[in-house]
Ligand binder design. Structure first.
Ligand SMILES: Cc1cc2nc3c(=O)[nH]c(=O)nc-3n(C[C@H](O)[C@H](O)[C@H](O)COP(=O)(O)OP(=O)(O)OC[C@H]3O[C@@H](n4cnc5c(N)ncnc54)[C@H](O)[C@@H]3O)c2cc1C
Length: 503
């Protein structure tokens, strides 16, 4: 039998159930389809494609070593599959289930209908602990743990479907993608992913928990595995088992605490991906419909542009956006702050905000991204509202100002004490409105307005204005207390809809 193994977000040969099944069934045609319609979507970008293309080049070498080099075709999935299956007498397609965006979901439905019509069997295998077609979460944790601890399947020897031209891996320009300069982007490829994993587990991970919140230190202390996991150059199980092996070697309490914290994030990955798998409309439809129905949210305009280009006049916020634009990556806390300020203070539309961020992330992974965007913008309806204060974040996460100064060089002459609030500097007129913008908003007022609007839909017990007034002196505020362990100032459940104000 000739079997086509369809590669999507699983660009590796190791621990690849679909490739192993294909090898057991017969001669293998491993295929990746570069779909121009997908790469023209507003949540995709050239930086993502370039990372994929680098990973594909390595995958092609790895598959060639096993006996069947990767075939790459550009075009519509149904058309490409129909042509290749017909020309090469393929009777079975094997792939992993893809938890992608709404477009890939609809494409898979088209492929399914076509395969049924022409009598080709398409087998889809589960991905990374995520379950398809199962209602509810009963038994989910155990099943995911079972996946994580399961056997890592070695790369199989392959019999090739002979006589197929491998095809060129196109560049972004050939796919007619918009230019997208990202000078400090991570490089794709399994070898690069393995090197990143080794350096994290061998050295960098020791500072993980302590250093993850500031982009200054997170760049080195976080694993940086996200783009490799997003394209599947490494499986989540490979990463988890490497961590388990290190924990089993009893590396000492510091290492153990850091590794466990990292391990829980790998588990969150599957948890959030399962959310999108269960509700694929999450990319477009808010879970908390009433919050989404509130009027006035802008999907574009001057405020939107100021946020997206790092020109809001709020130095740390702008530094984070510019850093993300130049590197394709930023740490979790900064991602949450960028989303929070855009959707609370600036009252922008969460979908448009999510699309801008998705394009900037080399590691864009719909299964993590859309549930997080809904959560950080107050659209999930089940999570605590987290309103980040970009001035406070700047003071806490960039205490000596070096990150802000590097990415907002217009502020070089501003003294340290005014770096996060340059408009308070007596000589501000030298810079503001000329080299660097005036702030687009008063952070406290904008938070108060957002709270006032959200009060209708989140059922706060107190008056929003009163809350804000109190929050100005949280030490005396009975509504707030300092949770030192979590490092967060939390609202007591006096509020029906819980919230974290001024994070
Ligand atoms: C608004 C928003 C959007 C996000 N969009 C994405 C996205 O598109 N792609 C993406 O990979 N991550 C996304 N994240 C989650 C997180 O910020 C990144 O995974 C992390 O910063 C990547 O860096 P790292 O690999 O060094 O992470 P590490 O801290 O080393 O974590 C290891 C891995 O665990 C997973 N992970 C980490 N944090 C989370 C989390 N909170 N939820 C689910 N999985 C997690 C990722 O796969 C990550 O690579 C988003 C977070 C927010 C707040």
């Amino acid at each position: 039998m000739n079997v086509l193994v369809w590669y999507k977000r699983d660009l590796r040969v190791n621990d690849h159930a679909a490739l192993s099944m294909g090898a057991r069934n017969g001669a293998v045609l491993p295929l990746y389809i570069a779909e121009p319609e997908y790469w023209a979507l507003p949540d995709t970008s050239a930086r993502q494609w370039e990372f994929v293309a680098e990973t594909l080049a390595g995958l092609r070498r790895d598959l060639a070593d096993l006996g069947a080099p990767l075939v790459v075709r550009v075009g519509d999935a149904v058309e490409v599959l129909a042509r290749l299956c017909k020309q090469n007498a393929v009777t079975r397609i094997v792939s992993h289930e893809e938890v992608g965006n709404a477009w890939t979901f609809a494409r898979d439905l088209r492929v399914k209908a076509w395969a049924r019509d022409v009598g080709i069997e398409w087998l889809e295998l589960p991905t990374g602990g995520v379950r398809r077609g199962v209602r509810g979460r009963a038994g989910w944790d155990a099943a995911r743990a079972g996946y994580a601890e399961g056997e890592i399947v070695a790369a199989p020897a392959l019999r090739v479907v002979a006589g197929i031209e491998p095809g060129v891996i196109p560049n972004a320009r050939a796919l007619r993608m918009v230019a997208d300069a990202c000078p400090h982007r991570q490089t794709g490829g399994r070898a690069q992913g393995m090197a990143v994993l080794d350096s994290f587990l061998g050295q960098r991970g020791l500072g993980y928990r302590r250093s993850m919140s500031s982009p200054l230190t997170a760049e080195r202390a976080c694993s940086r595995l996200s783009p490799h996991l997003a394209v599947g150059a490494l499986s989540a199980r490979e990463v988890e088992q490497a961590v388990m092996a290190q924990l089993a070697a009893k590396p000492g309490p510091d290492w153990a605490a850091n590794l466990r914290s990292f391990q829980s994030r790998i588990a969150w990955r599957a948890h959030f991906t399962q959310k999108l798998e269960d509700a694929p409309e999450m990319e477009r439809v808010a879970m908390h419909r009433a919050a989404d129905d509130l009027p006035g949210r802008a999907p574009e305009g001057p405020l939107f542009d100021a946020w997206a280009t790092g020109q809001t006049g709020l130095p740390y916020l702008d530094a984070c956006m510019r850093y993300l634009t130049a590197t394709g990556w930023i740490n979790f806390r900064a991602r949450a702050m960028l989303t929070s300020v855009a959707t609370y203070h600036l009252w922008l539309d969460w979908r448009a905000v999510g699309q801008v961020l998705a394009r900037r992330f080399t590691d864009y992974d719909p299964g993590i991204h859309w549930p997080q965007i809904q959560m950080q913008s107050g659209m999930s309806g089940i999570n605590r509202l987290r309103i980040y204060n970009p001035i406070k974040q700047g003071l806490e996460q960039d205490p000596n100002g070096s990150f802000t100064r590097r990415w907002v060089p217009e502020l070089a002459s501003v003294p340290d004490g005014f770096l996060q609030t340059p408009w308070k500097w007596p000589a501000a007129q030298r810079i503001l409105g000329q080299r660097y913008p005036e702030p687009v908003m008063d952070v406290a007022v904008a938070a108060r307005v957002a709270m006032g609007r959200l009060r209708q839909t989140h059922g706060f017990a107190g008056d929003a204005a009163e809350l804000i007034e109190r929050h100005a002196s949280p030490a005396q505020n009975p509504l707030f207390f300092n949770d030192r362990k979590a490092g967060l100032r939390r609202a007591r459940p006096v509020l029906a809809g819980q919230m974290c104000l001024d994070l």
